[in-house]
Write a protein that binds this ligand. Structure first.
Ligand code: ADP
Ligand code: MG
Length: 651
C-alpha cells in the first residue's frame, strides 16, 4: 500500500500547517499569474492573520504559565506586513513560524543520533543453546538466568552473562565509550549490549533482559531524551531585551521616515528562531555526545550546571581509590591468632556488600581458612557489621564502633594510608585487619584538570579514619578533606558548600542520599543499575574518574555553542534590522534572509556534537588507564568454536 505518495502524505500529516502554508502560497501564485492580485492579497492576508491569531493564543498560554515567549515579534511581523500590503512577506514569515517546528524536529533528530542509535539496537531475540548443541531463537524476555546462549560475531550480548567459551574480544563502546575492543576470558562477566567480536561464543545468562545493564542504560537514555524543560530558560534571558530593541528600531525607523512600511520591514528580519530552536538543538547534541563517551546526562539542566560547576566533592573508597582493597596484614590482640581473627572477620563480612568486606572474605579464602557460617548478621552503614558465629557475638568494623561492644580495643599499628577493620568477640578485643586500597592512576590528573576547567575547590568526603584520609589526600592533591563522616554527615557537608554548583562523585554503593542533594550527583562505574544511579543526575558507565572532567568539558562546550548560536542569530538579525531601518531591505527579501539566519543558527548549534578546542587540547589526559586489557594479537586460535552454521553449534 506504500505508494510513492506516502512520504508526502506523512509529511502533510505531521506538519499540517506547513502544508497549508505551501498550499495557500500555490493558490496565491496562481491568482497572481491570472492577474487577480486583489484576490491573492485577500487569500494570503486572511491566512497569515489566521496563523498570527493561532500563534498569539499560544503566546497568551505561555505568558499565563509565566514564561515570556518571543512570539510577539513574529506576530507583529505578520500583522504589520499584512497591513502595509506586503502579503508575500507575511506568508514567508508564516512559513518560518510553522516550519520552525519541522526544522527543530530535523535538527533534534540529528543532534540525538547517538542516543537513538543506542535505542534502535536493543536486541529482540536470543539464540538459546539446545541439548543437541544447536540453537533456537527465543524472544529475549523469555531468557532466564542459567540459560545458555549463542552469540554470533557482530551480535549484541542480549542479557548480562558469563562467558563460557574461550577468550574473546568485545566492543563495549556503546556502553562505556571505550573505543578499543575489550578482551574477556572464560568465566568473565559480560555486559549485555557489548558487541561480540570475530567468533561465535557461548554465554550463560546471569540476569533476565529486564534486569540487564543494557536495559538499565536504555531506560536512562529514554529519560534523558524526554527531558526538555530547562532548555528554554537560557533564551528567555535574551528574549525581552531583544524584543524591546527590535520594537525600538522599528518605531524609530517609522517615525523618522514617516513610512509604516519601514516598521514592517524591520520586524520581518527580527527573527526569534535562534532563541527558540538553537538552544534545544545544542543541548541535545551535547547530551548525545556525552552518551557516546559513556556519560549519561539525565537532563539539559544538568548540562548547564556542569558548565558552571565550582566545587567537586568525592567519596574516597571506590571513587578516588580503586575500591578494591586488599588485606595487607592482620594484627591479632595478645592471645589471639591471626588466622582465627581473619576467619571470624570473614564469617561476619560474608553478608556485607562493602568493598572492605569483600576483601576480607577473599583473603580468608586465599589462605584456605575455614569460614564458619554466621547467624543474625546486622549491618550498620558506615560503621561495620555484627553477627553471631558459633554462639559468639562478633563485631567487625570501625575502631569506635567495635569499642562500643569491646572496650579493650587498641589502635592497630597501621601503615600510612591503610584502613583498619577491628574485630571484637564477646566483648573482648580480638585484633584488627589492615587493608590497603590504591589510589586510581587517573586521580591526580583528574583533580588538576577539573581546576583547569573552572572548578575552584575539590573535597574528599569519607567515612574512613582521619590519618588514612590525610595520607591519600597528600598523594592526590585535593583541596580539603573531611574524614570519619556518616552518610548523614556527607549530606550535611554537601549542603554546606557555598561555592556552587557542587558536584558529588560517588561509586554508587552507599552514596544515594548525598548524590541526591548535590546539584549534580555523578554515579561512577554504576553501569546504570544501582540505587545510586537513580538518584544521580549523571551516570558514568565506565569505572574511570577522568570522565568527570569530560562531563564538565562537554557541559562548557555545549553552553558556549548555545550562546554562540544565539549571538550569531541575534547579531545578524540586529544588523539586518538596521539595514531595513534605512529602507534598504524590501520586506520580501528580508523575509527570506531571516530564514537564512535561522538556518545558520541551527547549523551552528549542531556544532555542539563535536569537541571544542578546550577538549581537543586536553586529550593528553588518558581516558582509560590501567585496567583495560589489550585485545589478543592475531586471528583467533584454532581452539575457538566455529560459527554455528544453520543453527547448529559444535563444541
Ligand atoms: P567511604 O566514605 O570511604 O566510602 P564508608 O562510609 O562506606 O566509607 O565506610 C566508612 C568506614 O566504616 C569504613 O572506612 C570502615 O572503616 C567502616 N565500615 C563500614 N562498613 C564496613 C564493613 N562492612 N566492614 C568493615 N568496616 C566497615
Ligand atoms: Mg563508599
Amino acid at each position: 500500500m506504500a505508494g510513492p505518495l506516502s512520504p508526502l502524505v506523512r509529511a502533510t500529516r505531521s506538519y499540517p500547517v506547513v502544508a497549508a502554508t505551501l498550499a495557500v502560497g500555490a493558490v496565491g501564485g496562481v491568482l497572481e499569474l491570472a492577474g487577480a492580485a486583489t484576490a491573492a492579497r485577500v487569500v494570503l492576508s486572511v491566512f497569515a492573520l489566521a496563523i498570527a491569531l493561532r500563534q498569539s493564543r499560544g503566546m497568551v498560554a505561555d505568558l499565563r504559565a509565566g514564561t515570556y515567549g518571543v512570539d510577539l515579534l513574529a506576530i507583529l511581523a505578520v500583522v504589520s506586513t499584512v497591513l502595509v500590503g506586503e502579503y508575500w512577506a507575511a506568508l514567508v514569515v508564516c512559513l518560518m513560524l510553522s516550519g520552525g517546528e519541522a526544522l527543530e524536529d530535523y535538527a533534534a533528530g540529528r543532534a540525538r543520533r547517538e542516543l537513538s542509535d543506542l535505542l534502535a539496537r536493543v536486541p529482540r531475540v536470543a539464540h538459546r543453546v539446545q541439548p543437541d548443541g544447536g540453537s533456537l531463537d527465543v524472544p529475549i524476555d523469555e531468557v532466564v538466568p542459567g540459560d545458555e546462549l549463542w552469540v554470533r560475531p557482530g551480535e549484541l550480548v542480549p542479557v548480562d552473562g558469563e562467558l563460557l567459551t574461550v577468550d574473546a574480544a568485545f566492543d563495549e563502546s556503546s556502553l562505556t565509550g571505550e573505543s578499543l575492543p575489550v578482551e574477556h576470558r572464560r568465566g568473565d562477566a559480560l555486559m549485555s549490549g557489548s558487541v561480540n567480536g570475530g567468533e561465535a561464543i557461548r554465554v550463560r545468562a546471569t540476569a533476565t533482559a529486564a534486569q540487564s545493564q543494557y536495559q538499565a542504560i536504555v531506560e536512562l537514555v529514554k529519560e534523558a531524551q524526554a527531558s526538555k524543560a530547562p532548555f528554554v530558560r537560557l533564551a528567555d534571558r535574551v528574549a525581552v531585551p531583544f524584543t524591546l530593541v527590535a520594537l525600538g528600531i522599528a518605531a524609530v525607523a517609522w517615525a523618522v521616515s514617516g513610512e509604516a512600511t519601514r516598521f514592517a520591514e524591520v520586524l520581518v528580519v527580527a527573527t526569534p528562531c535562534p532563541l527558540i530552536i538553537a538552544t534545544p538543538v545544542a543541548f541535545m547534541a551535547g547530551m548525545s555526545r556525552a552518551a557516546k563517551t559513556g556519560i549519561i546526562v539525565k537532563s539539559g539542566g544538568t548540562l548547564e550546571q556542569l558548565s558552571r560547576v565550582r566545587t567537586v566533592a568525592f567519596d574516597k573508597t571506590g571513587t578516588l581509590t580503586h575500591g578494591a582493597p586488599v588485606v595487607a596484614a592482620v594484627h591479632p590482640a595478645p592471645s589471639w591468632g591471626a588466622e582465627e581473627v581473619l576467619a571470624l572477620a570473614a564469617a561476619v563480612e560474608q553478608y556485607s556488600a562493602h568493598p572492605l568486606a569483600a576483601a576480607i572474605v577473599a583473603a580468608a579464602r586465599e589462605r584456605a581458612l575455614p569460614v564458619p557460617a554466621a547467624r543474625d548478621p546486622e549491618e550498620h552503614t558506615a560503621h561495620g557489621v555484627r553477627a553471631t558465629v558459633d554462639g559468639r557475638a562478633v563485631v567487625v568494623g570501625k575502631e569506635g564502633f567495635v569499642r562500643s561492644a569491646a572496650p579493650g580495643v587498641a589502635p592497630a599499628p597501621l601503615a600510612p594510608g591503610q584502613t583498619g577493620v577491628y574485630v571484637g568477640v564477646d566483648g573482648a578485643y580480638a585484633g584488627a585487619v589492615a587493608l590497603a586500597d590504591e589510589v586510581r592512576a587517573e586521580t591526580p590528573a583528574t583533580l588538576a584538570a577539573l581546576h583547569r576547567s573552572g572548578v575552584r575547590s575539590t573535597l574528599m568526603l569519607t567515612g574512613d579514619a582521619e590519618p588514612t584520609a590525610r595520607h591519600i589526600a597528600a598523594q592526590i592533591g585535593i583541596d580539603d578533606v573531611r574524614a570519619g563522616l556518616l552518610p548523614q554527615d556527607k549530606v550535611d557537608a554537601v549542603r554546606a558548600v557555598t561555592e556552587r554548583p557542587v558536584m558529588m562523585v560517588g561509586d554508587g554503593v552507599n552514596d544515594a542520599p548525598v548524590l541526591a542533594v548535590a546539584d549534580i550527583g555523578v554515579a561512577m562505574g554504576a553501569k546504570g543499575s544501582t540505587a545510586a544511579s537513580e538518584s544521580a543526575d549523571v551516570v558514568v558507565m565506565l569505572d574511570d574518574l577522568a570522565r568527570t572532567v569530560r562531563a564538565v568539558r562537554i557541559g562548557r562546550r555545549t553552553l558556549r555553542v548555545a550562546w554562540q548560536a544565539i549571538g550569531l542569530g541575534v547579531g545578524l538579525s540586529v544588523a539586518l534590522m538596521v539595514v531595513a531601518a534605512f529602507g534598504l531591505l524590501p520586506a520580501i527579501v528580508g523575509a527570506w534572509l531571516q530564514e537564512a539566519v535561522d538556518l545558520a543558527c541551527i547549523l551552528w548549534a549542531l556544532l555542539a556534537s563535536r569537541p571544542g578546542k578546550e577538549e581537543r587540547a586536553a586529550e593528553v589526559l588518558p581516558l582509560t588507564p590501567a585496567p583495560l586489557r589489550v585485545p589478543a594479537a592475531g586471528p583467533g586460535g584454532g581452539d575457538r568454536p566455529g560459527v554455528p552454521a544453520g543453527g547448529r553449534g559444535r563444541e
